[in-house]
Design a binder for this molecule. Structure first.
Ligand code: UDP
Length: 483
């Protein structure tokens, strides 16, 4: 009998750089190491900047092995102005389902598995309809999934229409707890429209065939263990930590003003400061950060984004701000001149994977977006955790309390909504750069986690084996039509 073709896995990525990038990496690995064929499906029409990010990631895929498909635009014009980005994405995906169904039916040879990411959970319903396995991909960690699971348990365990509050701190697994103030704010406010959407998503999670998580067991061992136990007892679908997926530095331009500048700095002397693809600080906070970097006396490379004027901590480009605005214009007067030679401020974007793996880079002041975290860990760079939105406070808690690779200023803790003062910025940077006891411990842990991450994703490593196990299941379910 002829040998069966590789199982064709269709990955469905919502339109944020932080989701499309790790899914592209997952697709690549499924093809390169696990005997699968893969197609990456993306969306369009939410915002030009997001479309451009998705298109750039799709274009970077090896065309000979991973196919890329963009679904046609659907209208979102009737969604109320000011809707949360999560609401917009959930709606975009829901309205795109007919197009996705049509695409899946058009694939010759069938689909062995559907792998939507967190915002595309509704695709799990389509998997059931088509009779194919559905695995949810989580760009962040297993801890975030544990929080989701608790939210839904509390909601559905209460009398109808009621919801019991989280006990504080919330127990996640073993001796790991998380302060309620570190949960995403949408979890805490039942009047927030996203709250109900998260409950719906969390209920859907129970019907998934499994979860692929962009994390690795050594990063959050107790929580991973807890899910393994739950799966063995049939209490929750299996969770497979299969990361870290970090894009290769060869996907980034090799030449830029940042890299040229870094080349001229001594090894291990620079603090990299960045708040991801969307993070925003207030005008006052931008000023304090500038003063703190100046006060620290250390070299720095700061990716400056436009400040927020309305208290929002992110801007995914969906509200059509003026792209011609210059973020550097918001830096304090004379700051660039005074720090000239030891500091570089660049507007909006830097080739982050290259920056983090550059020998001059020694520490990272980060908003704790999970991709940024994994990039930092993979480069062995300790962090100052400065979470802003989404699940970033959960990430910060795991980094400081469990993995031990970051320091967190008091004002950047859950409930600490105040401004991180210049003194706190300078103190955190100095603790890592002229390491005191805590800084030395974080540096040591960062090196240990770097080695653990490399082990996990190497052939035969824990994450590699987990993905192999899942691909093995897909090969089995795939066999029938070809026998
Ligand atoms: N990124 C980058 N340059 C920048 C800002 C961000 O290359 O100046 C990349 C970063 O390397 C990461 C992604 O954008 O891979 C951001 O994802 P993350 O999960 O850290 O945060 P998000 O932007 O989704 O909040």
């Amino acid at each position: 009998p002829r040998s069966p073709p590789p199982p064709h896995v269709v990955l469905v990525a919502s339109p944020c750089a932080g989701h499309v990038m790790p899914m592209a990496e997952l697709a690549r690995r499924l093809v390169a190491f696990h005997g699968c064929a893969a197609t990456l499906v993306t969306f369009s029409g939410l915002a030009a900047s997001l479309d451009a990010q998705s298109a750039a990631v799709a274009a970077s895929l090896p065309a000979s092995s991973v196919a890329a498909v963009t679904l046609p635009e659907v209208t979102l014009d009737d969604v109320p102005a000011g809707a949360n980005i999560a609401t917009l994405i959930f709606e975009l995906v829901r309205r795109s389902l007919p197009n996705l169904r049509q695409f899946l039916r058009s694939i010759g040879g069938g689909v062995a598995a559907l792998v939507p990411d967190f915002f595309c959970g509704v695709v799990l319903d389509l998997a059931v309809e088509l009779g194919v396995p559905g695995y949810l991909f989580l760009p962040p960690n297993v801890a975030s999934l544990a929080c989701m699971r608790r939210l839904v348990e509390l909601h559905d365990g209460a009398a109808p229409g009621e919801y019991r509050d989280f006990s504080d701190p919330l127990h996640l697994a073993g001796d790991v707890t998380i302060s309620v103030a570190d949960l995403p704010i949408e979890f805490l406010d039942r009047s927030n429209p996203v709250f109900g959407q998260l409950i719906d998503e969390g209920r859907r999670h129970r019907r998934a065939d499994g979860f692929l998580v962009n994390s690795f067991a050594e990063m959050e061992p107790t929580i991973v263990e807890d899910f393994k136990k739950a799966a063995a007892e049939g209490a929750f679908p299996p969770v497979y930590p299969v990361g870290p997926f970090v894009r290769s530095s060869s996907d980034e331009p090799g030449e830029s003003a940042c890299l040229e500048w870094l080349d001229r700095q001594p090894a291990g002397s620079v603090v990299f400061v960045s708040f991801g693809s969307a993070g925003m600080l207030s005008v006052e906070q931008t000023r304090e950060l500038a003063a703190g970097l100046e006060m620290s006396g250390h070299r720095f490379l700061w990716v400056v984004r436009m400040p927020s004027h309305d208290g929002e901590s992110y801007d995914f480009g969906t509200d059509h701000r003026n792209n011609d605005d210059d973020p550097l214009a918001w830096l304090p007067d004379g700051f660039l001149e005074r720090t000239s030679g030891r500091g570089l401020a660049v507007a909006s974007w830097a080739p982050q994977v290259r920056v983090l793996s550059h020998p001059a880079t020694a520490a990272f002041v980060s908003h704790c977006g999970w991709n940024s975290v994994l990039e930092s860990v993979s480069a062995g760079v300790p962090m100052v955790a400065w979470p802003l939105y989404a699940e970033q406070k959960v990430n910060a808690a795991i980094l400081t309390e469990v993995a031990g690779v970051a320091l967190r200023p008091a004002a950047a803790r859950g409930g600490g909504d105040g401004v991180v003062t210049r003194e706190e910025v300078a103190a955190a940077v100095r603790e890592l750069m002229d390491p005191g006891e805590k800084g030395s411990a974080a540096r040591r842990r960062a090196r240990e986690m770097q080695a653990a991450a490399a082990r996990a994703r190497s052939p035969g490593g824990a994450s590699h084996r987990e993905l192999d196990e899942v691909a093995g299941k897909w090969k089995q379910t795939n066999r029938a039509p070809y026998e």
